[in-house]
Design a protein around this ligand. Sequence first.
Ligand code: FE2
Length: 464
Amino acid sequence: MSLITGRYGLSYTAASPETVAAFDETVTSYLGFGRDIGDRLKGVFGQDPDMVMAHIAKGYFFKLFGSAVMAERAKKALEKAESLVTETEITARETSHLDALRAWCAEDLDGATAAWERALIEHPKDVLALRLAHFNHFYDGEGRLMRDSVARVLPEWEVGDRDLGFVLGMYAFGLEEAGDYAAAERVGRRAVEINPADAWSVHAVAHVMEMQGRHGEGIRWVAELEESWATTNNFRFHLYWHRALYHLERHEFDQVFELYDRQIASDIESDMYLDVCNAASLLWRLELYGVDVGGRWTDLAEVSLKHVEDHELIFVAMHYLMVLLKSGEREAARKLLAHLRAYANSDMSQGRVTAACGLATATAMEALANGNAAGAVAALYPVRSEMYRMGGSHAQRDIWEEMLVDAAVRTDPSLARALLAERTAAKPLNAWGWRKYADALEATGASGKSEAARARAEDLLAAV
Ligand SMILES: [Fe+2]
């Protein structure tokens, strides 16, 4: 083993420059949601079975699956890396990565993120650390940290750097989640110019369009670039989900179902959590729009039943729970709830999130499944300002805001009226919100204002 310099001048403890070059390409494949990440990593091990950083990356990739089963495999990769460093001296940067994996495997997400951020101070072009910090800030609900984490390294990146587009894409998404839509769109479009196949950059701009209610533009944006981003791994289904969301807000339900059946739910059996998140939240939204989704919930049950004891990401557990509740798997739903109740008492990063808002959200969804809208409002409303801690994007978390206002319209119209005043101000181009606002206004005796809100909704739909 020797110290070998790879891309961006980063040093690795490895067998040969070829091994390090293969590792660099593995990282680039990960950044681009490549379908060959696993094969590339195997290629690295084929050249050098003892490359510590490759074992650490293997652990990372398992953790990224966000499931209990894969977390066990990550621990095996960590054990291997730990055993290798008893005989091999590694660099301070590699040690930071080992610390990060150790923390992540111990369910200390905050500790893992701190280790990556520490590595980035000295090595601002450690793009693997950057992307992983980005991931964990995302599931911590920390939009501003997503933005700032990239901002602090960005001046070190130069035109021509292999992964510059990916870095700009991360910055664009951080800007978007932090609410700076103009800058997000500008940076995101530049990233897409550099690399049109970068689904994360396309996605950042798609989010801007979603947040600004630019549904028609959003449909065109993802459709025009589809040939490039559709080459990625299952992340592509999330871009189809975004397209379906635009159609949903235009009340174009046939297009939503076509995207759902042909793309979004087409690979559920591969057991990727994001596929279930996409599918479950879209079905629940469709029902909130008053649309019958047929037997589609049942199709999601088998994969969700595998995760009744998962708490890797509480945001994800909430989506498994949606499926179990809606597909009639009540016993499994109860089991998942009991597991979350116990986990909320743990002092782990996601345990604290569960206590802060996860349990309340789960309780609210169970109440809704039992037809108890008042119970859902009682559970969800008090934690409304804590919901961001569950992570995911603003657009994804909006499902719980929609559940809340829908339940409030039926059981607490005054609260619904206030919440929908807020919602229509934030999302003035969302027809569903105006319709719900009209219902709440009517229920509270403001019939003139109700008629105006309803007219606003119909105008928006007529303009589609
Ligand atoms: Fe998204």
